[in-house]
Design a protein around this ligand. Structure first.
Ligand code: ATP
Ligand code: MG
Length: 433
């Protein structure tokens, strides 16, 4: 039996048997209260005579039989089990390292156990729903899911965040992005997408960077920048709507008010990079510098987290920014033919200051321009021979985008620190557990 079934239909007065773990234990003189967690993460209170639970400890694995009772005082749904029988699979050792209050570091050291807490369980469920509906959207719209390689030879997003790997007698890297491979696939497979880990040796400690993150990427032939914005917008709206609907209980537990997402039905606004800079200037916004001073944002600057926060602080829908300077974007972006210092690119910023959710745009399809860009970026065109071939044999207009799943979750759940959204986070200072 699952706890969820008991909470959602009429079992009052009936005998049930449940397996799970002792989530919380409170012993009083006469009675002991076990909050039982089953293997689907639901909990229910069970009451036993105290003597029956003498050697039971927190996180012991147990099987409980008893009668379902309605009791408005019971936590979690107003049902309770009057226990009649208890079988113990294993008595958990007494030194369980997690209690009510722990430092963030200790919780990260014990992540394998923190996963058993309600908050982590609900986050994991929301994440699973998001992944399901993202996949569903692509499948319904006839995008083909593919699995690109993650051991690669060339950098995609710049050398400074590459993880180097001993590859037999050679050197290789962990993939920062599957994009170049997705581009190779559109010629025979049409619109393609993938969900893989991407790896970036991010040296700055921020609340939105991981060294390993879940990267959703897609690429299609014969699309325009306008098409890409529409695809990104539809994908997010569909996923959020469906997830809210499927995970009502999780949202309730996390005290997330879904009215926060009401405005998502509206079209996401788009502004140009030029307008973004003008706006920041008109707000007299100053960006902090490394030396502690701050300065006005100028045309040509990339938009950092502070600028992004300023631009979306009061918004309730995500915001598209298009037309970034070509110089702040990677080598493969396509220049705007009418204004070559800008590119046919976009970033999507989360509302209320959550910052970049995704980046995308059109890709350079001209062989000569692309080879020059690779050189200008300080990269060796030899490493990109196969990629350049794509511009030799039937090159077409194409584009796509990449979105970090944890970034989407971070905004959706409204949790500042991205580490809290991953079961086993990898950062500069942490690869274990
Ligand atoms: P940022 O400017 O936030 O560092 P980026 O522009 O370097 O990100 P892209 O190369 O555009 O990142 O990657 C596509 C998407 O992948 C980003 O929009 C973001 O959602 C996600 N992403 C990138 N780097 C990370 C990271 N280190 N941790 C988590 N998500 C990331
Ligand atoms: Mg980006």
């Amino acid at each position: 039996m699952r706890i969820r079934d008991i909470l959602s239909s009429d079992y009052v007065g009936k005998e049930v048997t449940l397996r799970g773990w002792v989530y919380r234990l409170r012993k009083q003189k006469g009675n002991a209260f076990v909050l039982l967690r089953d293997d689907r993460g639901s909990v229910i209170q069970c009451v036993f005579p105290s003597s029956k639970l003498d050697n039971v400890t927190r996180e012991s694995s147990v099987q409980i039989s008893g009668t379902v009772k309605q009791d408005v005082r019971a936590p979690e749904g107003g049902f309770e089990i009057t226990g009649t029988d208890l079988k113990i699979f294993q008595v958990s050792e007494k030194d369980y390292p997690l209690g009510e209050y722990q430092s963030a570091e200790l919780r990260l050291d014990n992540r394998h156990l923190v996963l058993r807490t309600r908050k982590m369980i609900e986050i994991a469920k929301i994440r699973a729903s998001m992944l399901k509906f993202l996949r569903q959207w692509f499948s319904d719209n006839e995008w083909l899911e593919i699995t690109p390689p993650l051991i690669v030879k060339g950098s995609v997003e710049g050398g400074s965040t590459l993880f180097k790997l001993n590859y037999f007698d050679d050197v290789a890297f962990l993939s920062q992005s599957a994009q170049l491979y997705l581009e190779a696939m559109i010629f025979s497979l049409g619109p393609v997408w993938s969900l893989t880990s991407s790896f970036r040796a991010e040296r700055s400690r921020t609340v939105r960077h991981l060294a390993e993150f879940s990267h959703l990427e897609c690429e299609s032939p014969w699309v325009s920048l306008k098409d890409l914005l529409q695809i990104q917008e539809d994908l997010i709206r569909y996923t959020i709507d469906k997830t809210i609907n499927e995970r009502k209980e999780s949202l309730k537990f996390l005290e997330l008010d879904s009215s926060r997402f009401r405005e998502l039905a509206q079209p996401f606004p788009t502004i140009t990079y030029d307008q973004a800079i003008e706006k920041l200037k008109s707000l007299d916004f100053k960006t902090p510098e490394l030396d502690g001073k701050s300065r006005t944002v100028e045309w040509g600057d990339d938009l950092n987290i502070d600028s992004e926060r300023e631009l979306t602080r009061k918004m309730m829908t995500p915001l598209f920014i298009i037309g970034y300077p070509t110089s702040v974007k990677p080598f493969y972006v396509k220049e705007n033919p009418d204004r070559s210092e800008t590119s046919l690119t976009f970033d999507l910023l989360g509302p209320q200051g959550y910052g970049e959710l995704s980046s995308g745009g059109m890709r350079e399809e001209n062989l000569l321009t692309l080879s020059n860009r690779i050189r200008q970026a300080g990269l060796d065109p030899i490493d990109y021979k196969w990629y350049l071939d794509l511009r030799k044999y039937g090159s077409v207009e194409h584009g796509g985008f990449g979105m970090g799943i944890e970034r989407l979750l971070r905004w959706f759940i409204g949790i500042e620190d991205i580490k809290e959204l991953v079961l086993f986070p990898r950062t500069m200072s942490r690869v274990s557990p």
